[in-house]
Design a protein around this ligand. Structure first.
Ligand code: MOS
Length: 761
């Protein structure tokens, strides 16, 4: 086994190679824009180049005169075409309540003002460039904390939002012997999935097919139905493969309904592939945040007080909010905590989920503060975490379903060689390179959803799994095949899986690292139903090796049903006893704490997610990361030669796909510390670096050694299979570890991400 496919430890699944790998590397896997659609017309968007004001006029003369142009949608001919979208954060489907082309009003830079449809992509681009839009422009306020923005308490705009609070943090802080107060900032970031935001719409007999990369095909189906005012049963969404999403493809953006309307009007399929730069405003992004944190501790390191006030940017139209103190307050035992989240409305497009939406900014800020507190206390930062480790929720007292934070620290510290750490800052170097080490914790709530699935066992020991779940490149196809293989006693190669299709039984959004826990459990349940029927058939049979046995003692292994002595028969024989050629079972799974009506909601494209802090228990996955930075003494060039992360996340279904998830996330963590930032021109409230050349993401040369350690963890409370999601765990906390390492190398504390050369000069 290679490093990328670590041997499984206790309770972990085999590193089965991805069952979709061959299709992907040979190009057989079709992404949304790849589906061959005959006679498709091509759409191109025209977006505003001002952030605030109104449209004075749109000159379509030259565009319409361009040969090959079929249609131009603007507010003139499409103002009422799209119905008001329901916002996903209010239980709806859309990424924004913005109704495209509905009025003259400009809410943000990059707002869709027209869509051109032509015989070819080139003609559509050419015509779009000939559309002259004039604006009455007013000065926008696009910057967090800048003049003209409006700050509102999160609890005032969102009934579900909680600001965790316990004890009397103010008083505890005032009287504590050791304390710090820090302010930290995180930047705007864009997902930049390599696969662009593509949509193809095709009408046939009044029914609409949508090819669009989606993290939630049921949500897309119902959201577009609502925006078009048609019956959702008339819509089919097809999204078998997604070329990266990271949150950007989870809710319905304004583009899809426009493409559907154009296709209906033209009586011809229409295909839109949103250009890279337009994607920065057509879809969502991670909003910038600011944090004010106070921490206080006793001499022995025990935390006494934690105060955290945060500000997050949002648009004027939608009160988007992440609120990460639900996670930070659960990281360590803290007797007194007071937190408050604010949102700041500005003239910007609406932000949205991006990989670990609350945890990445909030845990960065909290863990950076914990590292600073360790220094004030003169303590090893690992020891500070150890004395504050807890096995019950600091806010509610409920137990963690499992928590292996300190085991993660122990294993990662050993692998990293943390015991050789040099004190004080600025004392380790190698030639021209200053060396700094840092560490931080990762945590992510284990989230789960109701889900439904169908499993069909056919002759010769093959089975098929169907669920409208989504593989974003994460390995969902493979782990679902493994769950079915285990449930039926078959080899994973014997299982085929269909995902990403809105006519299948619904799985939840592929967000919140929810898929593996939710969908493997429902597939296991369907397999259990199949086992039950077959076991009954062989045990109640008049003859045969298992006739009269206790069916509850039967095992399914290697394509056979066997008793404890290994006597038994093949699955085909069992099917014969039922007098059937195949057996198909539909199952619905309801996780602990979820309401049964959640399934009806899911069938309507709405989510009911449970997990993280629940009433009687708390479910989180944990990890610890250690990083070494080398910073050039003269140029301050920053290198990351190595990073080690250890993670415990319940049962790991597949050590190969899990390794990729962890490694990719740690690289993303490095990116959030040192690379990624969407720059805003403050005068115009427009993004500046809307391309992959200027939006910095790490390349191979930026990444050194990445070591992933999977710490075995058995969780009997979280769900029947003991699975916690892992996709969004390992990029949490990384930036705090890196900021600490930068300080250790240079003696300079930088409290604003990303950390750049100029911050260290
Ligand atoms: Mo992910 S940001 O939960 O889609």
């Amino acid at each position: 086994m290679s490093k990328a496919a670590p041997p499984p430890q206790d309770g972990m699944g085999e590193p089965v190679p991805r069952i979709d790998a061959r299709a992907k590397v040979t190009g057989a896997a079709l992404y949304a824009a790849d589906f061959p659609v005959a006679n498709a017309a091509h759409a191109v968007l025209v977006i505003s180049n001002v952030a605030k004001g109104s449209i004075r006029g749109i000159d379509l003369f030259a565009a319409k005169a361009t040969p090959g142009v079929l249609l131009v949608l603007t507010r003139e001919n499409a103002a009422d075409a799209v119905k008001r979208p329901s916002y996903f954060a209010e239980g709806g489907h859309a990424s924004t309540k913005e109704r495209p082309l509905s009025s003259d009003r400009i809410w943000h830079d990059g707002q869709i003002v027209a869509m051109v449809v032509a015989d070819s992509y080139e003609i559509a681009c050419d015509a779009a460039s000939r559309i002259g839009v004039t604006y009455d422009e007013t000065r926008p306020a696009g910057k967090l904390g800048g003049p003209g923005t409006e700050t509102v308490a999160a609890s005032a705009v969102n009934k579900k939002h909680k600001d965790p609070m316990v004890g009397d943090a103010e008083r505890a802080y005032e009287s504590a012997p050791f304390k710090i107060e820090v302010e930290l900032e995180t930047p705007t970031q864009h997902h930049n999935p390599i696969e662009l935001f593509a949509t193809t719409c095709l009408w046939s007999d009044g029914k609409l097919t949508i090819y669009e990369p989606s993290q939630f095909v049921y949500g897309l189906k119902h959201g577009v139905a609502e925006q078009l005012g048609i019956d959702p049963t008339d819509i089919r969404v097809v999204s078998p493969f997604v070329g990266g999403a990271f949150g950007s493809k989870g809710s319905v953006t304004p583009r899809t309904a426009l493409v559907a309307i154009a296709a209906r009007q033209l009586g011809r399929p229409v295909k839109l592939v949103v250009a890279r730069d337009q994607g920065f405003t057509v879809a969502t992004y991670r909003a910038e945040t600011r944090h004010r944190i106070r921490l206080a501790a006793a001499r022995n390191g025990k935390l006494l007080a934690y105060q955290h006030e945060a500000w997050e940017l949002t648009s004027r139209i939608d009160d988007y909010l992440v609120g990460g103190t639900e996670a930070t307050t659960r990281l360590y035992a803290v007797p007194n905590a007071a937190t408050k989240v604010n949102i700041v409305r500005a003239d910007r497009n609406t932000p949205g989920f991006m990989r670990s939406p609350p945890e990445v900014p909030y845990v960065y800020a909290y863990e950076a503060a914990i590292n600073e507190l360790a220094e004030v206390l003169g303590m090893d930062p690992v020891e500070l975490r150890r004395v504050n480790d807890t096995h019950k929720d600091p806010i509610t007292g409920a137990p963690f379903t499992s928590r292996s934070l300190m085991r993660c620290y122990d294993e990662a510290a050993r692998a990293f060689g943390w015991s050789h750490r040099r004190e004080p800052p600025g004392t380790a170097s190698d030639g021209d390179w200053l060396i700094g080490w840092g560490c931080a914790s990762a945590l992510y709530p284990t989230q789960m959803s109701v889900a439904a699935a169908r499993v069909r066992l056919v002759r010769s020991g093959a089975a098929h799994v169907e669920i409208a779940a989504h593989d974003l490149g994460t390995g969902a196809y493979t782990v679902l095949a493994q769950a079915a293989a285990e449930g039926l006693g078959l080899r994973p190669e014997a299982i085929s899986v269909t995902l990403g299709e809105s006519s299948l039984p619904p799985g939840p959004v592929a967000g919140g690292s929810i898929t593996t826990a939710s969908c493997c459990n429902v597939v296991a349940k369907a397999c259990g139903q199949i086992r039950e029927k077959l076991s009954r058939a062989v045990a109640q049979a008049k003859d045969g090796p298992l006739a009269g046995t206790n069916r509850r003692m039967l095992q399914f292994a290697n394509g056979r049903i066997v008793d404890s002595r290994g006597n038994g028969e093949g699955l085909d024989q069992a099917l014969d006893r039922l007098g059937t050629g195949a057996i198909e079972e539909y199952a619905e799974w309801i996780p602990h704490g979820a309401k049964p009506e959640g399934l009806q909601k899911l069938y309507r494209g709405s989510l009911d997610i449970v997990g993280g802090p629940m009433e009687d228990r708390v479910a989180f996955a944990f990890g610890a990361e250690f990083v070494e930075l080398r910073i050039n003494r003269y140029t301050r060039e920053i290198r990351v030669p190595r990073i080690v992360g250890a993670f415990a996340s319940g049962r790991i279904m597949n050590t190969r796909t899990a390794h990729s998830q962890y490694m990719g996330a740690m690289i993303w963590g490095i990116a959030s510390a040192l690379h990624e930032e969407t720059e805003l021109d403050e005068r115009t409230a427009r993004y500046v670096n809307k391309n992959l050349a200027d939006y910095q993401v790490p390349v191979n040369a930026d990444i050194g050694e990445v070591e992933v350690i999977m710490v075995p963890e058995v969780d009997r409370l979280v769900n029947p299979l003991g699975i916690k999601g892992i996709g969004e765990l390992a990029n949490v906390g990384t930036a705090a570890a890196i900021a600490e390492a930068a300080y250790r190398a240079t003696g300079k504390r930088v409290r604003k991400l990303p950390i750049r050369i100029e911050d260290l000069l």
